[in-house]
Design a protein around this ligand. Structure first.
Ligand SMILES: *Cc1c(COP(=O)(O)O)cnc(C)c1O
Length: 398
């Protein structure tokens, strides 16, 4: 063939693929589209009569393989079958799901202290579309029941457990049950725990969303999100069409990066939880620290609930320096080993000052009422040797 066609045609042609057996690692299918052998195959795949790929915004072998693995993780150990979609970010997972499941006039029952981007999404994107978020105390199960009973416009209950950075938990099984009894869909943001520690679908939730950017990827190498559910038809009929139309899909390279992280998820979550537990214990005994938030501590108000619905206590700690703002600033300035960064879930220890960084735009009274005081510091505890982390934290507290 090469000798028969012009040089320009040879340049433009796809090469013949010499692939005889499967690669050991998942390949990156960096392809926007897929080819059909003939008209019949094209028609069968396009109409869904035959399985196959068409265009990577709709699906791609790398993306689909990783999505399926996350679905298996969220339902591991039980007789449930989940399906998942990967999205371009955690925000895209949330917005795609909302666009798929609610209409103007509908309401979303939720709580205070959500991820900042999620609250802003509700206020700035969905509220102008007449889709209102109603934040209440989701620890009050009677109140949830009351709201769902009196307001039939509420279609979704959306929550995070534990919350950032104070780690307050709500009861996934109880809330999901109340929602199901009223025909309302429950959605849990499981970013902080991952299925290694908490499986909301197993506890009865209808949907899980993730920012895979955090623990699932674990190495800070890609922004990404996931939507997971056991309601395959709802996903295929309502959510997937919305993902295709709004274009919030993942891409093969980021999905592959995410998969590299998934391989060590179990090890990482175990080590990060173990290190965090040790650091939290030492902080609680420190004279200059007035409060420590970690779910392993019996002093944490959500300790019992965490024990009930989580397999471990996770790698996030927040703690309050007695001397407030000035002490927090001094602490951040003296860090040498730990890194100051706004993200979480990476393998190295990252420290954030919520009042002056992630929660800066939240009015002070609301911030403080939610436990984000001027002296509060958050630690994403990494997988390093715990003594190295502690030495730095201790010297920085001074
Ligand atoms: C980071 C984060 C998000 C948003 O995810 P992106 O990947 O940054 O879009 C949503 N929820 C929680 C709990 C997060 O930590």
């Amino acid at each position: 063939m090469a000798k028969e066609i012009s040089f320009a045609s040879l340049c433009a042609r796809e090469p013949d693929e010499k692939r005889f057996n499967k690669t050991h690692q998942l390949p990156i299918y960096a392809a926007s589209s897929f080819i059909f052998e003939d008209f019949a195959e094209g028609e069968a795949i396009f109409t869904g009569q035959e399985p196959g790929h068409v265009y990577s915004r709709f699906g791609n072998p790398t993306i689909d393989a990783v999505a399926e693995k996350i679905a298996q993780m969220e339902t591991w150990g039980v007789n449930l079958e989940a399906k998942a979609l990967l999205t371009s970010s955690g925000m895209s997972a949330i917005s795609t799901l909302f666009f798929g499941l609610v209409q103007p006039g509908d309401k979303i029952l939720t709580h205070h202290g959500l991820y900042g981007g999620t609250t802003a999404l509700m206020d700035q994107v969905f509220k102008p579309l007449q889709i209102e978020a109603v934040p209440i105390d989701l620890n009050d199960l009677h109140l949830i029941n009351e709201y769902l009973q009196k307001d039939k416009k509420i279609r979704l209950v959306y929550f995070e457990t534990p919350t950032n950075p104070t780690l307050h938990c709500v009861d996934i099984a109880a809330i999901s049950q109340i929602a199901r009894d009223r025909g309302v869909i429950s959605i849990v943001d499981n970013t902080f725990c991952t299925p290694a520690i908490q499986q909301p679908l197993v506890l009865g939730a209808d949907f899980v969303i993730h920012s895979t950017t955090k623990y699932l990827n674990g190495h800070g190498s890609a922004i990404g999100g996931a939507i997971v559910t056991c309601h395959a038809s709802l996903l295929e009929e309502k959510v997937l069409p919305m993902l295709k139309l709004t274009g919030g899909n993942s891409n093969a390279f980021d999905a592959w990066n995410l998969h590299n992280g998934l391989k060590t998820l179990s090890l990482r979550m175990e080590r990060q939880s173990q290190n965090a537990k040790e650091i939290a214990k030492r902080l609680e005994n420190h004279a200059k620290v007035s409060l420590v938030n970690h779910l392993s501590l019996t002093s944490h108000p959500s300790h019992e609930l965490a024990k009930k619905q989580m397999r471990d206590f996770g790698g996030i700690i927040s703690f309050e320096l007695k001397e407030g703002l000035e002490a927090a600033k001094r602490f951040m300035g003296k860090l040498e080993f730990c890194t100051i960064s706004p993200t979480l879930g990476d393998v190295d220890t990252l420290i954030l000052y919520p009042a002056g960084m992630s929660h800066m735009s939240v009015p002070r009274e609301i911030r403080v009422a939610n436990g984000i005081t001027d002296g509060l510091v958050r630690i994403n505890v990494g997988i390093e040797n715990v003594e190295d982390i502690w030495r730095d934290v201790e010297q920085a507290i001074g």
